[in-house]
Design a protein around this ligand. Structure first.
Ligand SMILES: [Zn+2]
Length: 181
């Protein structure tokens, strides 16, 4: 696992060194950095950010469920949203964007809906725990909130997509081991 993460860190360094990156791509680089750090710290390799509409980073998060102490709520998205809510009162939450290297899970999707964030973008679909295609199965109040949020997959950079797919594989190995599935 360490060798795989080292390789992904090299790929990220290579990506970040490019001179043609947009502000949005640079933000994705920071999001992946958080995911790699999560993996290096013994946690599921997911990273998240909350940005404003110009992709300025307001909050960061990385998964911290298993280490140093088990915390079931410590998903990357939850931590990034809490960072923003703790730091300052944002007037127009609808303009905020949640970035995540992986499609949000049930818990994080509920949190996104409750937070008032207007957009959630992710790099990798999660076929086993993602909920973005299953929003119609939420209870009615949550379905109403979901009408205010745009969820979408980011498809504009192949290298980012590939790195996030590798991070997902590493994370799934850890998940199976830790939850005994
Ligand atoms: Zn989650």
């Amino acid at each position: 696992m360490k060798a795989k993460l080292d390789e992904l860190r090299k790929r990220l360094d290579h990506f970040s060194a490019r001179s043609d990156l947009t502000v949005e791509q640079i933000a994705w680089g920071h999001c992946i950095e958080e995911a790699i750090l999560a993996g290096e710290q013994g946690n599921y390799s997911v990273g998240a950010l909350v940005t404003d509409s110009k992709f300025r980073i307001l909050g960061r998060g990385r998964n911290a469920v298993f280490k140093p102490k088990f915390r079931s709520e410590a998903h990357a998205e939850m931590i990034a949203i809490s960072a923003v809510e703790t730091a300052a009162s944002v007037v127009d939450k609808n303009n905020l964007i949640l970035f995540s290297t992986l499609e949000p899970c049930l818990m994080c999707t509920a949190r996104i809906l409750l937070s008032g964030i207007g957009q959630a973008v992710f790099l990798k679909r999660d076929p086993t725990a993602g909920i973005c295609d299953r929003l119609h199965m939420l209870p009615p109040n949550y379905q109403d909130l979901a009408k205010r949020v745009q969820f979408h997959e980011y498809n504009n950079d192949l290298e980012l997509k590939e790195i996030s797919s590798e991070l997902y594989k590493i994370g799934e190995e850890l998940w199976s081991r830790e939850y005994g599935l």
